[in-house]
Design a protein around this ligand. Structure first.
Ligand SMILES: [Zn+2]
Length: 198
């Protein structure tokens, strides 16, 4: 029991380390992606002319203020007429938020929070997409690749390699459950990350 527990604990730690490692890779690449998306945004942002921006509803802006003369000022548009976030305008709005002349300066923090929430949501989506793309071919992956799979340590990775060496390539991803130590529970954890190309 003690050995069982400690192996669970150490596996948990390995998994956590893997997750941190993968996250770091993801964060770095998402920053690269963000940077790539950000740079041409200033150009694309010009597509929204004054007339188009004026036609947008209040909800397209990060902040709507009223001046003392009663005139309304709307700042930092970033949703299009359908309500969809326009990424180039979102990055643009974040970049020029400190150039805005606020009627009430406390609105800056509210607008910033609103825009940053969109940016965080976008980053979450990029990370989730990248996570889905992470896949390992169990017919070809070497030991260290297989060990990137959740719950797969040295023993299970060796089991996969021994299996394909002795019985030939896996025909479907379900076949991996025939490997000693990989039951339906582990299969559930790894099935989204494995493929069986030959
Ligand atoms: Zn918004």
């Amino acid at each position: 029991m003690k050995i069982f527990l400690s192996s669970i604990l150490s596996q948990g730690f390995t998994l956590w380390m893997k997750a941190m490692f993968e996250k770091r890779k993801c964060i770095i690449s998402s920053i690269v992606i963000l940077a790539a998306v950000t740079s041409p945004s200033a150009l694309r942002a010009e597509r929204w002319n004054r007339k188009y921006i004026n036609s947008l509803p209040d909800s397209a802006f990060a902040s709507v203020e009223q001046r003392s003369d009663g005139k309304r000022v709307r700042h930092l548009p970033h949703h299009d007429h359908r309500g969809k976030i326009d990424l180039s305008h979102l990055w643009n709005a974040l970049a020029r938020i400190n150039q805005v002349k606020w009627v009430d300066p406390t609105n800056e923090a509210v607008a910033r929070h609103h825009l940053e929430e969109h940016a965080r949501e976008y980053k979450r989506r990029v990370l989730a997409d990248r996570e889905r793309q992470f896949s390992i071919n169990i017919n070809e992956a070497p030991m260290e690749e297989l060990m990137k799979l959740p719950y797969v340590g040295e023993a299970r990775a060796r089991g996969i390699i021994d299996y394909r060496t002795q019985k030939g390539p896996f025909q479907s991803i379900q076949d991996v459950t025939e490997v000693r130590g990989i039951g339906p529970g582990i299969f559930e954890e790894i099935k989204d990350y494995i493929t069986v190309e030959n």
